[in-house]
Design a protein around this ligand. Structure first.
Ligand code: ADP
Ligand code: MG
Length: 219
């Protein structure tokens, strides 16, 4: 379960301070599918990054599965991130120098899984995402839809309890976007909690709940 209490985030650059999140209270139960919507710059990605332990709030409390995230060491944060959370980004974020299969194996390498087991899991996930025939290709050799399917395979190969998706269909045409949403929907049916930022009302329709943000607040 995710519990956020009065989360604030200020970004400081030389002269300017931007209040990106201004008192976010939010509870998300296990196996919810939540969509976050709102205009550009309202704090959606900042919120998602904090949920994913990629960034820390300036103030406020974040409990993830009962753990007070603010008290974790950097090592513990990395362990939670790698063991429990999968990320899907608009820009796919695959590593160009690695093949699709190597990209998908990467989270398992971080978990120090033996090579044979890693390969078996990666192959099974690539098959499930219908991208196994491109296992030995490099990301630039794939279409956008194929890249996002590979990115989802990488996000879920370590069986995370929580998937955070930041505009996962933002760079896809509507056919590929529908396929990607179908995959996320399947993962949700399997028991995964999903929090997804989207601009697309149709995609938000897959979620059980939509949160509307404006100017650092939940409306
Ligand atoms: P959204 O994802 O809703 O478009 P963001 O969460 O990316 O919005 O950004 C919220 C606000 O915080 C914006 O004003 C943005 O310019 C600012 N911001 C985001 N990240 C940074 C950063 N690393 N440094 C400074 N300002 C940032
Ligand atoms: Mg954003």
């Amino acid at each position: 379960m995710i519990e956020l209490e009065n989360i604030c985030k200020t970004f400081r650059t030389d002269e300017v301070a931007t209040l990106a999140l201004d008192g976010i209270d939010l509870r998300i139960d296990d196996n919810e599918f939540v969509a976050i919507m709102g205009p550009s710059g309202c704090g959606k990605s900042t919120l998602l990054n904090i949920l994913g332990l990629l960034d820390s709030p300036t103030s406020g409390n974040y409990r993830l599965s009962g753990t007070e995230v603010g008290r974790l060491t950097e090592n513990d944060r990395a362990r939670v991130r790698r063991g429990q959370i999968g990320f899907v980004f608009q820009s796919f974020n695959l590593i160009d120098e690695l093949t699709v299969e190597e990209n998908v194996e990467l989270p398992l390498t971080y978990l120090k899984m033996p090579a044979a087991e890693r390969k078996a899991k990666a192959t099974a996930m690539l098959e499930r995402m219908e991208i196994a025939h491109r296992a030995h290709h490099f990301p630039h050799q794939l279409s956008g839809g194929q890249q996002q399917r590979a990115a989802i395979a990488r996000a879920v190969v370590a069986s995370p309890k929580l998937i955070l998706a930041d505009e996962p269909t933002g760079n896809l045409d509507s056919k590929n976007g529908k396929e990607v949403m179908g995959l996320l929907n399947e993962l949700h049916s399997d028991g995964t909690t999903i929090v997804m930022v989207t601009h697309n009302a149709h995609d938000a329709g897959y979620a059980g709940r939509t949160i509307e943000m404006f100017d650092g607040h939940i409306v």
